[in-house]
Write a protein that binds this ligand. Structure first.
Ligand SMILES: [Zn+2]
Length: 491
């Protein structure tokens, strides 16, 4: 699992500091001894020796006392921490007002892990403090793009299996183009949560989510409960729409709801992740979370709703100097623009039939590693089957045969143009830390103040079906994972 390798960045070891501390006392004793033996004055030497012996005796007594104290201290603290590590098992909390579990899945697009520290975010931090947080962020799927990730979150499938392999791509079997406004069911494989919920005769509501408008199985995007995507709907109105569902008679309240915000991704692309505009957008999202919490509290259901707050991916700054041009490879191979389905941050190339993808990969990598292509070493090209298996990015015809992995912050373009500018991007290898986003779970099924290690977003589907106590569709998440995040039901 990527989560394990991605966690290897943790704090520097403290061993050198401990070594220095433990050496200090012995170093000073040795220097004292050396100084006394160097002296040439006998009476002083005797006095010094007496003082030295007295000091040794005092030191011995002090050390014995200290070790006795240390023994008492450590034995008592061990007992205390033993008691701490095995508290009576915490279980999920009973609902006080609702008569069935409700999961509200909130996505803030491009909410890079760490944005929550850019500015005071009291509402997000309220969820964190009283809920369960992925302490070093949520790991997106590759490619770390909006549509593939949102659909992985609601299906538990990697893009190769749910079919949305990029924000735009071509189906090689039919030659048709997928765009972010394609709503035909044939593109959207797998079983999204709203469909799973509807299959169980339960109600779902979507205030935007990629794929939600698509009719699938028992889900026919019912009016009033399935809002068609419209970026001009103010965020406040989206929150209020969700809140209005809690004014329905108890039995009619949807068991699963989605709420989507385009920010701070929108700003991130324009100005990169470190601009004050991002700080303002993050504060804006926090205000929306505050509006949501207040509305739920007013209705007396805040503690009854399981809120899962996530992002789809992170963001990294990109600038003019970090560019790689395919035309610079002309001495090795000519890559016509018609072959290229996507440039950055995932280079995807489908050569015409009769042209060997393997020979293209070999020639491209020859050029890129030659030292004669500017920034060439920051792009590595693969046959999709030879990509690192942790990316799970080969088992679909929709993924072109040649995929280039671009290093964080670099961009691939066909040829030099005059106008280049700085901004932000995402889509890179999901092992890159800047691509990470947030996960917070708050509500009756999440422990308060718990920190969990980072995990991949394909695990979220099972979390939701587990909270709702419904049978989910087969997926790439693991059922045992849910028990490491959710509180067990009372026995
Ligand atoms: Zn984006």
């Amino acid at each position: 699992m990527g989560s394990v390798s991605a966690l290897n960045f943790t704090k520097p070891t403290q061993i050198p500091t401990q070594g220095e501390d433990s050496q200090n006392p012995s170093t000073s004793l040795l220097s004292f001894d050396t100084d006394s033996s160097d002296t040439s004055n006998p009476p002083q030497k005797r006095t010094t020796t007496t003082i030295f012996i007295s000091l040794i005796l005092i030191t011995c007594i002090a050390l014995s006392a200290a070790s006795a104290f240390a023994f008492l201290f450590f034995s008592s603290s061990t007992t205390a921490s033993d008691q701490k590590s095995s508290p009576p098992e915490e279980t999920s909390r009973p609902l006080t007002k609702l008569n069935h579990p409700v999961v509200l899945l909130v996505s803030s697009d491009g909410f890079r892990f760490g944005y929550q520290f850019k500015t005071p975010t009291p509402n997000i931090h309220r969820l964190i403090a009283n809920g369960t947080e992925a302490e070093t962020g949520l790991i997106p799927v590759f490619p770390t793009l909006t549509f593939p990730n949102h659909y992985s979150i609601v299906t538990g499938l990697y893009p190769a299996y749910h079919g949305i392999v990029n924000n735009h791509f071509i189906d090689p079997l039919t030659g048709e183009f997928f765009t972010m406004s394609s709503h035909e069911p044939k593109w959207w494989l797998g079983e999204p949560l709203w469909d799973t919920v509807a299959n169980h005769g339960l109600r779902a509501a979507t205030q935007f989510w990629p794929g939600a408008e698509v009719h699938k199985g028992s889900w026919n995007c019912p009016e009033e409960f399935c809002m068609f995507y419209n970026s001009s709907v103010p965020f406040e109105q989206r929150v209020d729409k969700i809140l209005s569902f809690f004014d329905l008679p108890s039995d009619e309240i949807p068991v699963f709801m989605t709420l989507y915000f385009e920010d701070p991704d929108h700003q991130g692309h324009k100005v990169g992740p470190d601009d004050p505009e991002i700080t303002e957008a993050v504060a804006g999202i926090d205000r929306m979370i505050g509006r949501l919490i207040n509305g739920l509290e007013k209705r007396g259901v805040f503690e009854d709703v399981d809120i899962i707050m996530v992002g789809d991916h992170g963001m990294v700054g990109t600038c003019d100097k970090k560019l790689i041009f395919l035309d610079d490879l002309a001495s090795w191979i000519n890559i016509p623009a018609e072959w290229v389905q996507s440039y950055s941050p995932v280079l995807a190339i489908r050569p015409p039939p009769g042209v060997s993808p393997w020979s293209i990969v070999v020639k491209m990598n020859e050029g890129l590693t030659s030292g004669r292509v500017p920034n060439g070493k920051h792009l590595k090209v693969y046959l999709k089957e030879e990509l690192p298996s942790r990316l799970h990015y080969s088992a679909s015809d929709r993924i072109p045969p040649i995929i280039g992995l671009i290093e964080e912050g670099f961009k691939v373009e066909q040829k030099r143009t005059k106008h280049q500018e700085c901004g932000g991007s995402h889509g890179y290898d999901n092992e890159v830390f800047s691509m990470r986003t947030i996960f917070i779970g708050h509500g009756p099924d999440f422990a308060r103040g718990r920190k969990v290690p980072s995990f991949e977003n394909v695990q979220i589907y099972n979390l939701v079906t587990s909270i709702l106590k419904i049978q989910g569709a087969p997926n790439n998440g693991s059922l045992s994972f849910t028990s490491s995040i959710l509180l067990p039901s009372p026995k």
